[in-house]
Design a protein around this ligand. Structure first.
Ligand SMILES: Nc1ncnc2c1ncn2[C@@H]1O[C@H](COP(=O)(O)OP(=O)(O)OP(=O)(O)O)[C@@H](O)[C@H]1O
Ligand SMILES: [Mg+2]
Length: 490
């Protein structure tokens, strides 16, 4: 297409170009002819004046001399399609004074100047002037006209002759095209070949990486999540490949999470369900007959089924908060009330375990949130703290203003602490620290649920710990005056 457009515009531009080619060659030829003709006239003039007794040359003599010159020219092949003519002061070709292929129809033809601001025959200026000869029924001729030299004109004062013109048919478009065509075709072929090679290379640099990505996508669709594609080709394609890899990684990760999750649930359910099934079977087939045994078995069955129930409840809760199905209330709350409430709940536990529970409330007590859900967070954190703190220790709840409209609540203990390896994973579902103590084990869901609740309030939760010294959990909450913020995007 580009080559086609280039060719079309070239043809349109050639119109002006062909005239300038023709004028160019005429301008070269003109002065030669002019000087020869003038030389011939002067020679004729000298002859006439040196022959004794001959009369002073007449204007007729000039014409005779010139006609001899023209007649010589007519025979010469060198003129080719070029014609010569003598024009009078009125700009007309003097009949009989023309030579060359156009001479038969040049007699009396009118010559018009195409160069501005001067007549075809002008006194002093002897530089060639562009002109045109148009004769009805014949192709127009381009010409240059050159005034006869002043010396000649002086010698023949009465002559009508004023200038010599050298004329040539305007090159037709066909001729110009015919002349240029082989070259144009050749350069066109080079252009087409270059376009094909470059186009092929370019399409390969885009198509090959895209084919790779398509193949990888099919492979991922079949379940091969390890598939990665090399990032090659132009920037956009590399970008696509990088994003494809990132997406595959994410899919692989979430598949792994799902698998782990199912494995964890099965594992968590297996232990209690095995007990329930074992004890109920023993009761049914009469293996356990004595009333204390029956009593014990029934308690175990009850405990274990409660454990399963709690697990299912927690899981449901977690998934509902995660999927945004549970909307948090946006009430104005007083932290004091919340702290007092949990202190009451844990008072007995504090006595039983001989672990002190201290409360230290500083700064802004007004916060915005859901009382029950925030109580759930504190219950989880306090339950963990009591579980992992040996007798004689202390569990402390404090609050302080972190930023003007953010309150920070801290639950710290003087327990065994958490190792640096476990810290980053604490908030994952089913995660339990390896170096766990002999206390009764939970499901590892408490912190995952707590984090979801805090995030749903627009806050964040984190933990710091020093093994054998204690652990500190910190979470932030918006104060009551602050407009509700969108919860963190998951
Ligand atoms: N204060 C703490 N001191 C030491 N370790 C802790 C503390 N809090 C949490 N952990 C560790 O983090 C793990 C995860 O806690 P999380 O509350 O999520 O689960 P859990 O208490 O084991 O079970 P659940 O809360 O579901 O009953 C715990 O198993 C425990 O090993
Ligand atoms: Mg817990």
């Amino acid at each position: 297409m580009t080559l086609g457009l280039a060719a079309l515009s070239l043809f349109l531009l050639l119109g002006g170009y062909r005239n300038s080619i023709s004028y160019g060659s005429l301008e070269d030829l003109g002065p030669l002819v002019d000087s020869q003709a003038n030389a011939e006239i002067q020679a004729a003039f000298r002859n006439a004046s040196t022959i004794p007794g001959a009369s002073r040359p007449e204007s007729q003599d000039l014409l005779l001399a010139l006609s001899a010159f023209f007649n010589n020219r007519s025979g010469e092949r060198a003129t080719g399609e070029t014609s010569l003519a003598l024009i009078d002061r009125g700009g007309r070709v003097i009949p009989g004074f023309s030579a060359g292929p156009a001479s038969p129809y040049l007699d009396n033809a009118a010559v018009t100047v195409v160069q501005k601001d001067s007549a075809p025959v002008s006194g002093g200026d002897r530089s060639p002037q562009h002109c045109r000869v148009e004769v009805q029924g014949y192709p127009p001729l381009l010409c240059v006209s050159m005034p006869l030299s002043p010396a000649v004109l002086e010698a023949f004062p009465a002559t009508e002759a004023a200038a010599i013109i050298v004329a040539k048919p305007a090159a037709s478009l066909g001729e110009v095209v015919g002349d240029l065509m082989p070259r144009l075709l050749f350069s066109g072929l080079i252009g087409v070949a270059a376009a094909l090679v470059l186009g092929f290379l370019l399409s390969q640099s885009v198509a090959a990486p895209l084919r790779n990505i398509a193949r990888a996508a099919r492979s991922v669709a079949r379940g091969n999540y390890r598939q990665r594609v090399p990032a090659t080709g132009p920037t956009e394609v590399r970008d696509l490949a990088a994003n494809f890899n990132r997406m595959t990684e994410e899919v692989q990760r979430s598949q792994q999470t799902l698998r782990d999750f199912l494995a964890n649930i099965s594992h968590e359910l297996k232990t209690p369900l095995t007990s329930i099934s074992g004890f109920s079977e023993a009761l049914l087939d009469g293996t356990i007959e004595d009333p204390t045994g029956i009593q014990r078995s029934a308690r175990i069955i009850n405990d274990e089924s409660n454990r399963v129930l709690r697990l299912v409840q927690e899981l449901l809760d977690l998934s509902r908060i995660e999927s945004g199905q549970v909307s948090m209330e946006q009430d104005d709350l007083n932290l004091n009330e919340l702290f007092e409430h949990v202190t009451e709940v844990f008072a007995l536990r504090s006595e039983d375990t001989d672990v002190k529970l201290e409360i230290n409330l500083q700064g802004q007590p007004k916060i915005r949130g859901d009382f029950d859900r925030l109580e759930q967070v504190l219950n989880n954190l306090l339950d963990n703290a009591f579980r992992h703190t040996p007798p004689g220790g202390t569990v402390r709840i404090t609050s302080r203003n972190f930023q003007p409209d953010v309150v920070q609540v801290t639950v710290s203990d003087t327990g065994w602490g958490i190792s640096a390896d476990d810290l980053p994973h604490l908030f994952e579902r089913f995660y339990r620290a390896k170096a766990n103590n002999n206390q009764k084990k939970g499901h590892g869901l408490g912190l995952a649920i707590s984090r979801e609740i805090v995030r749903a309030h627009g806050g964040e939760i984190w933990a710091t710990s020093e093994p054998n010294k204690g652990t500190t959990f910190v979470f932030t909450l918006p104060t009551a005056g602050r407009p509700a913020r969108k919860p963190a995007n998951r």
